[in-house]
Design a protein around this ligand. Structure first.
Ligand code: ADP
Ligand code: MG
Length: 395
């Protein structure tokens, strides 16, 4: 990575503000999935051991620029404290006099979590005064919030203009190294397994990977826009009518680049999405009227597994079916198992795909599970992420 990293900066006794992505799911004031917190522990622990005075800041949810008690980061401070085995202080706000006082009281190795950045509209507006106020809290700024790096906000971009050094945290560096290698130096064969809800979410990634991957495997709802585009009957499967033309162009470009493009060839169909409804397997391009494809069929699972077994690098983004509703998880589980036992470098992107891999019980078999949904997509589209671009360049 061509940006300064936290381990290249002296932290002892400095006030170190770390932008983290603690945008975690909460239910009744409790954190229900602490993956994002755990993924950034290495950075926080490192800063503590270097005797930094550690200040953490994050957004949570969409409070629309005003304080909202149910989106307080307090429950996160509780969970973080349990994970660290150390007390974590909680500030009442993220800027202002009381925060300055709390920061001034921090001794080396102590941790203070600031309140939700998005309680202030200036955070998402990337306001200069707000950026300056955040910068005023610290001597060193560190960005470890890969999940927010695609946003040019005050705490991810604006702040870097007002601090002496803006360094990458370990999680951000891990993400950039794993995802970056897919684009610059993947080991071949490189197979991209794409699925999920919408073509429009993933088309940019598909296009950017043409010429880089050897094979596309296509499942999930997005496969049906591609299948319809080549004249298949897709019944009442999800289709983005306004994406048929771009789907055709993309397939043409893949053909021209000699990239294999394999959409699902058989399908588990039902009349509606509900747990355990009557289902049929349709083999071939004719899904009957009134039936919708909700999972890849057994032949597709086997065909995809064969390609996966031969891969050296695999990117998986997007579940193969409606994995939240049984039995339409089976295709996704089969692909998860195939990737887990492939021996290939396996990179997982997308929030739902990460959840599926976890529920399938194979998360620890994957090389890297990205913590950034939108950020990982934009990265793989080849875009420069503002939160990364704004960091201090290595000399
Ligand atoms: P990710 O978060 O990993 O990027 P997406 O958000 O793109 O994945 O897609 C996940 C969603 O796609 C899931 O909610 C799943 O139910 C839905 N989905 C997958 N296959 C189908 C299908 N055949 N029909 C309808 N929805 C589908
Ligand atoms: Mg999703």
């Amino acid at each position: 990575m061509n940006k300064v990293c936290i381990d290249e900066v002296s932290l002892a006794n400095k006030r170190v503000l770390i932008r983290v992505d603690f945008n975690v799911p909460l239910e009744q004031g409790r954190v229900t999935d602490d993956t994002r917190i755990r993924e950034t522990l290495s950075t926080i622990r490192y800063a503590r051991h270097q005797k930094a005075r550690v200040i953490l800041c994050s957004h949570l949810g969409r409070p629309k620029g005003k304080p909202s008690p149910e989106l307080s980061l307090r429950p996160v401070a509780v969970r973080l404290s349990a994970l660290l085995g150390e007390p974590v202080g909680m500030a009442e706000d993220c800027v202002g006099e009381t925060v300055h006082e709390a920061v001034a009281k921090l001794s080396a190795g102590e941790v203070l979590l600031l309140e939700n950045l998005r309680f202030h509209p200036e955070e998402e507006q990337n306001g200069a005064e707000f950026s300056r106020a955040l910068a005023g809290l610290c001597d060193v700024y560190v960005n470890d919030a890969f999940g927010a790096a695609h946003r040019a906000h005050a705490s991810t971009a604006g702040i870097t203009r007002f601090v002496p050094v803006a360094a990458a945290g370990f999680l951000l560096r891990r993400e950039v190294e794993h995802l970056g290698k897919l684009l610059t130096a993947p080991e071949h064969p490189f197979v991209a397994v794409l699925g999920g809800a919408k073509v429009s979410d993933k088309i940019g990634v598909l296009q950017n990977l043409i010429g880089k991957v050897d094979t596309f495997l296509l499942g999930g709802a997005m496969a049906y826009t591609f299948l319809k585009a080549v004249g298949c009957s897709v019944g009442s499967s999800l289709v983005e009518e306004d994406k048929l033309a771009v789907a055709r162009e993309t397939m043409k470009a893949a053909r021209a680049a000699k990239v294999a493009f394999l959409p699902a060839s058989d399908h588990v169909v039902a009349e509606r999405i509900q747990p355990n409804p009557p289902t049929r397997v349709v083999d071939g391009p004719e899904i009957p009227e009134g039936w919708m494809a909700l999972d890849i069929g057994p032949k597709t699972r086997e065909a995809f597994a064969v390609v996966i077994r031969g891969a050296r690098t695999i990117l998986w983004n997007g579940p193969m079916g409606v994995f939240e509703v049984p039995p339409f998880h089976e295709g996704t589980w089969a692909i998860a198992a195939a990737i887990a036992s492939s021996g290939a470098t396996s990179i997982i992107g997308g929030g739902d795909t990460a959840a599926a891999v976890t529920r399938a019980g194979v998360a620890d078999k994957m090389t890297h599970i990205s913590t950034g949904g939108g950020a990982s997509l934009e990265f793989l589209e080849g875009k420069e992420l503002p939160g990364i671009a704004a960091l201090t360049d290595k000399k």
